[in-house]
Design a protein around this ligand. Structure first.
Ligand code: XMP
Length: 319
């Protein structure tokens, strides 16, 4: 009978057979899929693997540090930290259209990845954490007309351009199986159970123009919201939760003074696959406590709203 332990052993054998003694590059996003792929491949071929972590400056609070400490210090995986926030945020200056944001980030991501990958001598393979649903989706997308609501950035076309062959050890797996495999590989539960995070990161949680100031405020507010959710033991019941900083300032009172700061929206949804979603029914007590904490702990926000839109007609992200 089939077990994840057996799958792991077979996958390791297959990777060794495919790669031989060539070098492999893996783009690490900090998400579960690319992380599991990287750890699995590292177990198969050790230091023949180098990971490239493109840091676009649109990550959450302490996220880059967490990825670095997990992969470099804990797993000892060779890792290039491409800290390119100036490049990305510079290119995004004045951009407020959501699709332009995605395309700008996607294009730069590929450039930066390629620049760093080129420094790895003898690389012949590119590893990707492609899952079975991704395989199905790209097959059906190429099989006929499709309506794209949001262009998800991916590294499509990159392997050919760089003359690399693909290693995709998760191609047969669904998300829950990837989590089980991650568990089998010893990744901590706190990491495996993390909510999905979009490639363009905080850019699409900052409707309108992105500024460093807004990003900093957003990171802090988001961290408070997630902390509240964890403290109340709700994290695992929720598919995805985050804060969006709104492109509007509102008037408030604080002590004897008047404030004129940003408003934010909390978003939390339940979902099976992200295709449809319902807003999470927090208690009013939870919402009140969270609003108070955000306003008290985060300078720059003086109003908190809760988004009760389901998908459809809304989307999960604000852009
Ligand atoms: P929406 O907002 O379309 O999100 O309801 C559905 C799921 O997809 C994620 N998402 C993205 N992921 N690049 C990504 O890698 C993107 O451009 C992107 N846009 C949305 C979103 O976080 C949710 O999990």
């Amino acid at each position: 009978d089939w077990t994840m332990a057996a799958f792991k052993d077979e996958a390791i054998e297959r990777i060794r057979a495919q790669v031989g003694d060539a070098k492999v590059i893996c783009g690490l996003s900090g998400g579960v899929d690319s992380s599991v792929a990287a750890v699995l491949i590292h177990e198969a071929i050790g230091d023949q693997l180098t990971c490239v972590f493109v840091d676009h400056g649109l990550l959450r609070l302490n996220e880059a540090e967490q990825v670095l400490s997990m992969f470099r210090d804990h797993y000892n995986i060779p890792l290039i930290h491409a800290d390119e926030s100036d490049l990305f945020l510079g290119a995004l200056e004045g951009v407020s259209d959501p699709e332009t944001k995605r395309k700008t980030i996607g294009r730069l991501f590929i450039d930066v990845f390629q620049k760093h990958a080129d420094t790895i001598e003898g690389a012949a393979f590119l590893a990707q954490g492609t899952l079975y649903p991704d395989v199905i989706e790209s097959v059906s997308a190429s099989g006929g007309p499709s309506v794209t609501i949001k262009s998800h950035h991916n590294v499509g076309g990159l392997p050919e351009k760089m003359g690399l062959k693909l290693v995709e050890p998760l191609r047969e797996l669904f998300k829950d199986e990837v989590r089980a495999l991650g568990h089998e590989l010893g990744l901590p539960q706190s990491f495996i159970g993390r909510h999905p995070f979009p490639g363009p990161g905080l850019a699409i949680r900052c409707p309108g123009e992105i500024t460093r100031e807004k990003l900093e405020i957003l990171r802090k507010a988001d961290a408070v919201f997630i902390d509240q959710i964890r403290r109340h033991g709700l994290y695992d019941e929720i598919w995805q939760a985050f804060v969006a900083i709104l492109p509007v300032r509102t008037v408030g009172v604080m002590g004897d003074g008047r404030t004129y700061d940003f408003a934010c929206a909390l978003r939390a949804v339940t979902s099976v696959d992200g295709m449809t979603a319902d807003y999470y029914p927090f208690s009013h007590e939870f919402l009140g406590e969270t609003a108070t904490r955000i306003i008290n702990e985060v300078r720059g926000i003086n109003r908190v709203t809760y988004d009760i839109t389901s998908k459809p007609p809304g989307t999960i992200e604000w852009e």
